[in-house]
Write a protein that binds this ligand. Sequence first.
Ligand code: FEO
Length: 167
Amino acid sequence: MKISKNMQNALNNQIELEAEASSNYLSMASWCEVTGYDGGASFFYAQSDEERTHMLKIVHYLNNLGIPAVISATKSPPSNFKSLESILKIALKNEQTVTAAIHKMVEIAQKDKDHSTYAFLEWFVNEQVQEESKFETLIQKFELIGRDKLAIHEIDKILGTPADTSA
Ligand code: FEO
């Protein structure tokens, strides 16, 4: 099976985006850990692993088609953050960028009549709906619970509960 050069480039670009997301979340996890946000740390370490599995899905997809996946260097992520709330807002923005890139790939697959890649991307489309809604829900907690020390401690605890991280 052949996929267009355009589609190959987009998939390789997505490998980079997922790798970048993984390293961004790793940096956020590390910041949370040193700042004392244990819940946030475990949430973002898990989130970083998740992004790596997304990246690997695309690597395997391309390689299984006989198209060697391109692994490129990623930018260094920011290492300092303002607050737990600001991290979650940055994360939501990142996810929105990833969603837009995935939707663009779906359009390429449609245009190419590339049914295999279209079917492959369906999982990512659904995953992004969940990812965005997960971060929106977490950001909303600051409006609901508050931004004082106790409220932030409470939100950090919520981040550390497996039920919320698996959403
Ligand atoms: Fe792999 Fe959170 O996008």
